[in-house]
Design a protein around this ligand. Sequence first.
Ligand code: 5U1
Length: 705
Amino acid sequence: MAMAVDVEQLTEAEARAELARLAEAISAANLAYHTLDAPELSDADFDALKRRNLAIEARFPSLKRSDSPSEQVGGAVAEGFGKVAHAVRMLSLENAFLDSDVAEFEERVRKYLGAAALAFTAEPKIDGLSLSLRYENGVLLQAATRGDGEIGENVTENARTIADIPQRLTDAPALLEVRGEVYMSHADFAALNQRQAERGGRTFANPRNAAAGSLRQLDANITAARPLRFFAYAWGALSAPLATTQIDAIARLNRLGFQTNPLTVLCSGPDEMLAQYRKIEAERALLGYDIDGVVYKVNDLGLQARLGFRSATPRWAIAHKFAAELAWTQLEAIDIQVGRTGALSPVARLTPVTVGGVVVANATLHNEDYIAGRAAKGSPIREGRDIRIGDWVQIYRAGDVIPKIADVDLTRRPDDAQPYVFPHTCPQCGSPAHREPGDAVRRCTGGLICPAQAMERLKHFVSRGAFDIEGLGAKQVEMFFHDEDLPVKSPADIFTLAARDAANGLRKLKNREGFGETSVKKLFAAIDAKRKIPLDRLIFGLGIRHVGEVASSLLARHYSTWPAFEAAITHALPGTPEWAELTSIDGVGAVLAGSLVAALQNGPERAAIDALVAELDVQPVQALGRVDSPVAGKTVVFTGTLEKMSRAEAKARAEALGAKVSGSVSAKTDLLVAGPGAGSKAKDAQKHGVKIIDEDDWLALIGQA
Ligand code: 5U1
């Protein structure tokens, strides 16, 4: 949004128009941030919009709108819904952008299954909002949004108002969870926005925002008045299978009364998949609703079950996204943001431009090489054209990802534009910012003394996959970080908030604007509830570089308890048995191990971790999978060629039975499963006295011979 005119200079008509634009922009930003989890504005830009809104309202009090953003708290709508734990996790999809990504996917699946050829379904990927519908004995009992995949929001009453969603089913399994996408057609979206504008209400940036905003209304009457639709494409919990193939299961859902997408087809392999992608892409503009790609799924449901899942995505499906949307605009400034691990990230501040229905004012510039027109290994990108402040740049967006700069137009470069000089010191704390050899990123070396790093660590700490404290999001963390009465500078401070507040006399939180007795009580209760935390979430919450959600889960499953983890990592230096054990965990390499060890051995960082753990009751994590299987808790290594299944499938099955699969043999290994061609690992096993069995023995042991 252009903000050139001083508030004092605005005419009444201009002020009215700008308040309408600000209400829309702030509500879209709120929706993106709190509801869709896809922030489109930086916190600073968001605050600037709110400040300007307040300033205009202060000058023209009579123009204050009934839906004024100054009266609203972001995320309030989301908090109004009850929570629903999904009986079967709602997954997301891995993305493919290139034809070669699809070919790799198909090959990976074939290799995993040891299959020569496979059939896949292809169907449009609807750009809407996922919904899970639970039917018991044919009656719709519950509708829930995806949420974080495990816990969604109860939107049953709202879903009942959608004509495409049957209230009753005949001939359905006794328990059936139907999953699909709620969306709004282009025509309905345009009509809705027109009605909203005529009434002076809020208009929506695109059909997906309109669908999300309409479904997530606390008042179901509002949802009922919004023209939402639903396509079914999957299922969750079931008391009886729908069919033996994906295509037949979709046909069955259709016979049960659900809308299923008519462009769903069966493909015999990658050539037909790509041909269907091109066909759907060509028809995209005429479909009358937004789609953002094509989803391919293994057709045989038995094979889908064998393929199983990674942490959040199935191995048997992929979303092939359409090319990004493009627009040209001017680069006004380059800001440097400092991230959780000290990375200096250049952010382009742009003259706002609409790209695919969304106003874009910021884009990532990746790193200093990208600005200079160099790729990671020094080869030119954009044929070596650098990016300068004042340049006209081409922006692209693909789906929800942060907008990027694709190109620069040298013919429009201002005469006085200068090459951008990337800072070598941290703009937040002044510490030197270094680049490690081979790393494209320059990092602040200030660690936790850098306020930006400390704050980003805190934001990560309270984020969804980590401590996920209700009522304590990024905004609140920022507020407490700068608070003089109740400062929160490190995670442990969160857990001492209530006690410190109690000692604060008149300056108590409940007396502050924006807080009340009930909300403070709720916040403290939410914090208290997270003192009991599973080990994997704690490890992830620490925000250690290279230690993401998957690695945290691997580490927690390996060490099981905090004392075991902490003791092992504290002593793990290259050459020690603890280091050998750490790096033997499949999925833990030397870089990750080094980063973890540095965090737990470093003075101030370790002190902050110890202070945090002293406030917590860390829950042990069991190895995934069954605990009653003959291999539960055993450490297994596979080596040589497996003939009955791929290595990946063997590993996934072993883990599902509660075994730990390691990449190398040590004294802690219980079993080596050796196929033909086993080499040094068999020798290591003999050296350590580890039992060696062949693939058939292994299958007999796990009851799958
Ligand atoms: N069309 C389609 N969209 N979509 C989204 N199919 C589909 N399947 C999905 C998702 C998230 O998930 C499967 C893993 C069930």
